[in-house]
Design a protein around this ligand. Structure first.
Ligand SMILES: Cc1cc2nc3c(=O)[nH]c(=O)nc-3n(C[C@H](O)[C@H](O)[C@H](O)COP(=O)(O)OP(=O)(O)OC[C@H]3O[C@@H](n4cnc5c(N)ncnc54)[C@H](O)[C@@H]3O)c2cc1C
Length: 381
């Protein structure tokens, strides 16, 4: 089988690159060892918000929203505006929130810091005991990442891209320093370029060829509740420092925790939620949103996110190799980060000007290899 580009890994990153490459007129084959969207992408909460700890991310999230709403118009599995309220129990976070609010306002997006009575009056369903305040961005919202990936894929296939499912890639075809394709299950795909979007599995595939990539997998977990009678309309919530969050899911809620700081083995990680998650999140819900205290949990799960030493993604060609590209390392923010990076990487492969400079995301920018700690991805600073 022949292609101009073979993309390995059909999550939101891989389907995104495939979409942009196919739209640019290249013959693309996308392969996955399973079906599209079965890993982090299909397990994600889908927050797409404007509150970020650096300018790169603020810009990426704005671009991601534009791309996603262009593929799926609002209301049809596209973007749902609910507002986003980030809460903190630490007084020292309030000046940081005020700075963030000013930065967000400069981009034309509404942002407001609320404290004390103002916070309680605006959100009467919130029990604010122990809180220093919160940063509210009413235009923020969420998407269904599985639907986003499916949308990218449908577009790509309409442009002639091919999908190979149940086709694990265990080997790249390499001549000297030039990549020539992959072996995907029983199929050999010849291609001028290979883009690896296998999330934390990328490291193992490259390692088999003696190439080291600074990316580690770590678990994050979420659960959903049955419909909750008389639940008021809630914005998305995220409480720091512990990292619990929620958003509406139908007439119930999707609730999650933050980062697990231990590295997880992508081949053996536990896909079920820990029992402690249910009790911890129930306690948090009862404390913060008493009207959701009687929520019945219907299911929970864990998925793998991808950590890098500086918490920024890896996007571009691997130094010393021709035609071998990666797009990984989203540090828990792949919905907000990957679409514009996929678009820029595709532009690079198409030899066209990109809307985004990929230099800050060069995959070879570290010397630390794998000796780095895993940090929370979704932070205020
Ligand atoms: C519970 C949870 C909540 C999250 N919430 C948010 C959020 O609110 N906002 C946000 O921006 N991000 C969030 N994320 C993170 C986001 O979902 C991920 O960053 C993003 O989905 C990563 O997409 P990906 O395409 O890089 O990887 P994945 O979706 O993990 O896809 C990797 C693909 O590679 C395939 N693969 C693996 N090995 C092979 C092989 N050998 N051969 C072929 N294919 C292979 C897998 O089958 C998989 O389909 C969350 C993640 C989780 C788990």
């Amino acid at each position: 089988m022949k292609a101009d580009v073979v993309v390995v890994g059909a999550g939101i990153a891989g389907t995104g690159v495939t979409h942009f490459l196919a739209e640019g007129g290249l013959r693309v084959v996308l392969v996955d060892r399973n079906y599209p969207g079965q890993e982090a992408t299909g397990r994600s909460a889908g927050f797409l918000v404007s509150q970020h700890w650096n300018d790169h991310d603020a810009a990426l999230a704005r671009a991601s929203r534009e791309i996603i709403t262009g593929v799926h118009p609002e209301g049809e599995s596209g973007f749902t505006t609910s507002g986003f309220l980030r809460l903190t129990s630490r007084e020292e976070d309030i000046p940081v929130m005020r700075d963030r609010a000013r930065e967000i306002q400069k981009t034309g997006i509404q942002a407001e810091v609320l404290k004390g009575r103002k916070l309680s009056r605006r959100f009467p369903w919130l029990r604010s005991a122990g809180l220093a305040g919160g940063l509210f961005t009413p235009e923020d919202g969420y998407v269904d990442p599985y639907e986003v990936a499916t949308g990218f894929l449908e577009r790509a296939r309409a442009q002639g891209a091919e999908l190979l499912v149940n086709s694990p890639v265990k080997k790249l075809t390499i001549q000297g320093t030039r990549v020539r394709g992959v072996v995907a299950g029983k199929t050999t795909v010849e291609a001028d370029a290979v883009v690896l979007t296998l999330g934390p599995w990328t490291r193992g595939l490259l390692h088999a060829h003696g190439i080291e990539l600074s990316v580690k997998g770590y678990r994050v977990q979420a659960l959903v509740t049955a419909p909750i009678p008389d639940l008021p309309a809630l914005p998305m919530l995220h409480e720091i420092p512990h990292g619990y969050y929620l958003r509406p899911e139908g007439t119930g809620l999707l609730v999650g925790d933050g980062t697990e700081y231990d590295e997880a083995d992508p081949e053996t990680y536990d896909r079920e939620a820990d029992f402690a998650l249910y009790t911890d999140l129930a306690a948090w819900l009862t404390r913060r949103v008493p009207s959701a205290a009687a929520a019945m949990v219907t299911r929970g799960w864990a998925g793998l996110c991808q950590a890098t030493p500086d918490r920024l993604p890896l996007a571009g060609e691997l130094a010393g190799w021709e035609g071998l590209y990666v797009l990984v390392g989203f540090n828990g923010l792949g919905v907000m980060r990957s679409p514009p990076l996929a678009q820029a990487l595709a532009a690079h492969l198409l030899g066209r000007p990109a809307a985004l400079d990929l230099d800050p995301f060069r995959p070879d920018r570290f010397e630390s290899g794998l000796d780095f700690p895993i940090h929370e991805g979704f932070t205020l600073q």
